[in-house]
Design a protein around this ligand. Sequence first.
Ligand code: PLP
Length: 390
Amino acid sequence: MNNRQLFQTYLAPTSPSPVALDIVSATGNYLYTRDGKKYLDLIGGISVCNIGHRHPKVIEAIKKQCDEYLHVMVYGELIQSPQIKYAHLLAKHLPENLNCTYFTNSGAEATDGALKLARRVTGRTEIICCNNAYHGNTLGALSVMGNEYWLNAFRPLLPDVWHYNYNSQELINAISDKTACVIIETIQAEAGVICPDLKWIKSLREKCTTTGTLLILDEIQCGFGRTGKLFGFENYDIVPDIVLLGKALGGGMPLGAFVSSFENMKLLSTNPVLGHITTFGGHPVSCAAGLAGMTALLEENLIESVNEKEQLFHKLLIHPAIKTVRSKGLLIAIELTNEEQVLNVLNKCLENGLFSDWFLFAPHCIRIAPPLTITKEEIEYACNQLIGFM
Ligand code: PLP
């Protein structure tokens, strides 16, 4: 069997028509395939590779950690320096109340952990979330996903979960002293890059505070510089009670986290003891990679040029087929009229060495979320190509 046949036979499929490029290497802003082709990566592994593929500092940290130890014990029992150093670095860059990190294996697990924490802190069950929200695919995270098509086959889900439109007054009105938490993406990604209205998100914060409801902001896709700030919520002058991290958090390795105050987090260690546990969460190699990745992101000032690059995309993406370009930093949705147009452009991208994608709840939009290291020349090249395919 060749690789394609092995892929089709032995690997559980997620869709009838995967892209199925046969990757042999990935470096910086490019993917390379077995048939000798090179692709400019316009989606960064879906907002993972913010500092580019295989950043040298990340590779060095992974190799060093491999020489010291891999898994030694389940999460939370032994002192492992990559975990504590990374948790410390995160605390230094997050607001004071977000000073304690629980590392997980993935974003969805961070979502589940945060929902459990909110119930434990408040003693309440009600959860408010958004239509067209994506927080992961475990049953807990799926319960707060906001799209009937994608979740209906998996019911029954968590009870006492209520969905409202993002940016709606109805959502704020629904919050009461019975609500454990409101969970939203700081910027709705899979909905096709929908930003919060400043007044709405501030008033959401206020209502949560007055009702003793925890505000959970999901920064899994929009964190780590993608929006032009280290964390997306810094754009809106509010601070959540729990923040969810993932994707770029691991520098290319699997890692998620939910972060809150030490006071909140310590509740997971009593009554019951081991209130949230994981074998591999915060794996030392993932934490070493993430720590090196975040250090590189900051030291190399990669966030500084994000807004300028965003503007360049806007300047160049002018075409009658484009209805609008929505963005926050380098999280960009190019809205066309329908899904067929998008698939047509994406196919031409693949034929011509560009790698892009659509959005789960907005298939009529092209996803642009490249490594933040993408150069101006690469943006010009990509936009000229994209325009040519429309
Ligand atoms: N939250 C958001 C906003 C995401 O975009 C994703 C993944 O795409 C997740 C949560 C889930 O993360 P993971 O796929 O690591 O479980």
